[in-house]
Each structure stands twice: as structure tokens, then as C-alpha cells.
Write a protein that binds this ligand. Structure first.
Ligand code: NAD
Length: 454
């Protein structure tokens, strides 16, 4: 195992040298990162194919181009973002300079998850570099091909000493977490999130935790179920359901449930004309452990109304819909993180709201309704990291919207300027002159009656 203490000290030395603080260095690294993405599009897509059978379209849309767009936005705004921020001042500070400097924290640790192994490492890197930090990236060992590729190519493009990638599993990560980092940005499950936060607490290191959970969907009566089926199943089938903001389960009336099933069958026929098993566009589960867990979930409650097929050799699970599921069923106890969609019949939106609020705060909430009063009621009566009305995922695609969880779905947010701000300390600064001491004398002891009357 690498000596992470020495690595940490070396990176700390690089940060102290001050070179990562210059805006020129940051810009050069971000431009080099752009070149890395452009030069390696094919290799990245190939690695994603090996890890998850991810199609090129999903590889580009959700990983390479997603990160690329965030990166270009950052490069274009770098000068503006890095400027000290002027703030309003009161009468007694009229002669002073008062502003916020955005300081890098120092050496940031970024721990990625396996489901979007490029997006979830590169996007936080963009913010950390833009803010002038040194960065250690620890990709997930589960997406092994992508992790190996990152370890190989990052040093070829970026400042080898200031930005490093290390690979390893639990023993390595445990050793890395013993060291003092100045910021930790973790993406993954909440159980490990607690481990990360405990380790960070030892050094009082600030953290961003991008976690998961069950993201509910409420489907109102009277909506166009053809469109709803397309949008929900796109969210459920992308990456074979292994998406943190994937629609986890649907709540709707019994009548809507029965009609929705027919539309879902049609949607899946349109998406995968030769069946999902033969489609080059449909992913596989990332590992045997994840596959076995998802396979068990097929018997997690309700009735299989669509799909249900599996293939052990390929870690294939068909897009599956379970109907008449109950809140108490096993499949409703944890985030599914696979291509299974339970539908729970509910009498009205009030029951849906009650259920959402009884559970952990979701990462995303989806509502399909034409009724603006109902949409607002669902938003007003609940909370979630993000929400999208009448679609899925797209709230995460805008760099102007922060992406992150709340409560058990995480803390902190990123994307666009929010990534940059995540990795900065906002340092309050006041600059005065050694003048006008007569006026300043008012605040010094002795605190006479005359001074107090002022
Ligand atoms: P994972 O197993 O790849 O773990 C994530 C990171 O934690 C990896 O770098 C891994 O090496 C490290 N790790 C794992 N076990 C550890 C341990 N015992 N001690 C220290 N470090 C350890 O990914 P995962 O947790 O299976 O990811 C899936 C989860 O992540 C889901 O819950 C999903 O919703 C969530 N997720 C959230 C987001 C988000 O942006 N909020 C994005 C993707 C995934």
C-alpha cells in the first residue's frame, strides 16, 4: 500500500508553495483537463462499457460531455468567480476596504462512486482546481477499468504533484481517511458517508456528502401516461437504474397504476425493439454483489407486471415493474439502485406526502401532474435535495442549479459556480488605515458616561 502520510505531506508542500493559488495555474489545469476529456473520449467510453456495459450515448451524455460542459462553464467564468467580492458597508466603514476573498482550503480529497465514475470525479475536481486547491482523487474500485484509466491519464495532462489519483479498496481508503485533508468531497452510500464524516471529524475537516436514498415519484390522475411512461422509464433504465437520482418508486391511484403498465410496456418496446437483453443501449449491474441484491429485490413485494428476467452470467436484470406494492414491503426499505420500479397505489397525494415525510429526506422528488395547486402542495409539504415536475433527471443538468442532498441524502452541493464555492473558504477581509484615531478613540476604555451616550 502507498504511504499516504508521505503523499499528504508532499501535497501539502505543493499547496504551501502557493502555485495552485494563481489564476493562471488554475486556468492552465482546467484547459488541460478539457484536453484530457477531448483526447480520451473513446477510451473513456470503452472503460465505461467494460465496467457497466454503458452505451457510448450514455457515456458521452452523462459522463464526458456532462463534465465537459461544467468545465467550459467554469473556464468561461473563472476570472469573474475568483475576483474578491465587494460587500456593502456602513457609515463607520466608509473609508475602509471591505470584501470577501475566496481562499482555497488546501489539499482536497475527492472520493468518487462507481455508477458515474467520470462525472463524479471530474465535476468535483473542476470546482476544487478552480478554487486553487491541490486535489487527491480516489475513484471507486468497483468501476475498475475507469479507475485504472483515470490513474493512467490524469498525470499525463495535469500538474503531477498538485493533482493526483490513487486507486484502492477499503484498506487504502481507510488509510487515506486517517490523514488530515482540508476538504473531503465524498459521493456514495450513506453508511460509508458516516465513516467519512467520522474520519473528517477527527481533523475538523469540512465535508460535502453526496449520498443517495429513495427518490419518489407521484403520478397524478389525468396526465398523459404515454409521456409519463417514457420519462419515468428513461430515468429507471438509464445506467440500469444505477443512478442516485433515479426514480425509485411510483405512487399513484390504482386506476392510474393499471393504465400506466400498458404504457410502460409500449415504452420498453420502443426503447428496446429486440428486448433489453439484446440491446447495446442497456447497462448491466456493476458487480455480482450488486446483482445478487437486485435479484433478491425482484421478490421484494407486489406482482411482477413487466420484465422480471435475469441472466447470472451477464449480471443482467430486465427493466421490471412491480405492481400493488405496499409501503411495508421489503423493496421499500432501502434505495433500489437497479432497474426495478415498484408502484404503490395510494388514494390521494396526501397519503403520498405523509409517506415521503415519514421516510428519509429524498435526494430527488418527481411529480407528474397538470394541476399546479397539487404540484405546489407536494413541494410545499415535503423536502428533497432537488425536485422536478413532469420530468426526471433534468434538474441535475443545469449548472445554475445546485446539486446535492439534504438530511440523509447528503449535505453540500455542487455543479457550476456551486462547485467552485464548495471548495473555497469565504474569507472576510477589512482593510483600514492607521488614521483618524480621534474617532476610533470612542471605543477604547475607560468607558465613560460621555462615550456611552454616543
Ligand atoms: P462505492 O462502493 O463506489 O463507494 C464510494 C466510495 O467510498 C468509493 O471511493 C469507495 O472506495 C469508498 N468506500 C467504500 N466502502 C468504504 C469503507 N468501508 N470505508 C471507506 N471508504 C469506502 O459506491 P456506492 O456507495 O455503492 O455508491 C452508490 C451509492 O451512492 C448510492 O446510494 C447512490 O445513491 C449514491 N450516489 C450518490 C450520488 C450523489 O451525487 N448524491 C451520486 C452517485 C451515487
Amino acid at each position: 500500500m502507498a504511504d499516504f502520510s508521505t503523499l499528504n505531506q508532499a501535497m501539502r508542500g505543493v499547496f504551501r508553495s502557493g502555485r495552485t493559488k494563481s489564476v493562471e495555474w488554475r486556468r492552465a489545469q482546467l484547459m488541460a483537463l478539457l484536453k484530457l476529456l477531448d483526447d480520451n473520449r473513446e477510451r473513456i467510453c470503452q472503460a465505461l462499457k467494460e465496467d457497466l456495459n454503458k452505451s457510448k450515448m450514455e457515456g458521452l451524455l452523462f459522463e464526458v460531455d456532462f463534465a465537459r460542459n461544467d468545465l467550459i462553464n467554469c473556464i468561461n467564468n473563472l476570472n469573474e468567480w475568483t475576483k474578491p467580492e465587494k460587500v456593502k458597508k456602513g457609515l463607520i466603514n466608509m473609508m475602509d476596504k471591505v470584501y470577501i476573498r475566496k481562499e482555497p482550503f488546501g489539499v482536497a480529497l475527492i472520493m468518487g462512486a462507481w455508477n458515474y465514475p467520470i462525472q463524479l470525479t471530474i465535476c468535483p475536481m473542476i470546482g476544487a482546481i478552480a478554487a486553487g486547491n491541490c486535489v487527491l482523487v480516489k475513484p471507486s474500485e468497483i468501476s475498475a477499468s475507469t479507475a485504472a484509466l483515470l490513474e493512467e491519464i490524469v498525470p499525463k495532462y495535469l500538474d503531477k504533484e498538485a493533482i493526483q489519483v490513487v486507486n484502492g479498496g477499503i484498506p487504502e481508503t481507510t488509510a487515506i481517511l486517517k490523514e488530515k485533508w482540508d476538504y473531503i468531497f465524498y459521493t456514495g452510500n450513506s453508511m460509508v458517508g458516516k465513516i467519512v464524516m467520522r474520519a473528517a471529524a477527527e481533523h475538523l475537516t469540512p465535508v460535502t456528502l453526496e449520498l443517495g436514498g429513495k427518490s419518489p415519484v407521484y403520478v397524478d390522475d389525468g396526465v398523459d401516461l404515454g409521456i409519463v411512461a417514457n420519462r419515468i422509464m428513461w430515468g429507471k433504465c438509464t445506467n440500469a437504474g444505477q443512478t442516485c437520482i433515479a426514480p425509485d418508486y411510483v405512487m399513484c391511484s390504482k386506476k392510474t397504476q393499471d393504465a400506466l403498465i400498458d404504457h410502460i410496456k409500449k415504452t420498453l418496446g420502443d426503447f428496446y425493439p429486440d428486448g433489453p437483453a439484446k440491446s447495446p443501449d442497456y447497462c448491466r449491474l456493476v458487480s455480482d454483489r450488486h446483482y445478487q441484491r437486485i435479484k433478491k429485490n425482484l421478490q421484494g413485494g407486489g406482482t411482477v407486471a413487466v420484465g422480471g428476467g435475469t441472466n447470472d452470467g451477464e449480471r443482467y436484470v430486465a427493466p421490471t415493474v412491480l405492481t400493488d406494492v405496499k409501503f411495508s414491503d421489503p423493496i421499500m426499505q432501502d434505495e433500489i439502485f437497479g432497474p426495478i420500479l415498484p408502484i404503490i397505489p395510494v388514494e390521494n397525494e396526501d397519503i403520498a406526502i405523509e409517506y415521503i415525510n415519514d421516510g428519509n429526506t429524498p435526494l430527488a422528488l418527481y411529480v407528474f401532474s397538470n394541476n399546479k395547486t397539487k404540484r405546489e402542495k407536494l413541494l410545499h409539504s415535503s423536502n428533497s435535495g432537488s425536485a422536478c415536475i413532469n420530468d426526471v433527471f433534468l434538474q441535475a443538468s443545469l449548472p445554475t442549479l445546485p446539486f446535492g442532498g439534504v438530511g440523509s441524502s447528503g449535505m453540500g452541493a455542487y455543479h457550476g459556480k456551486f462547485s467552485y464555492e464548495t471548495f473555497c473558504h469565504k474569507r472576510s477581509c477589512m482593510e483600514r488605515e492607521l488614521k483618524m484615531e480621534a474617532l476610533n478613540g470612542m471605543r477604547y476604555p475607560p468607558y465613560t458616561e460621555t462615550k456611552m451616550k454616543r
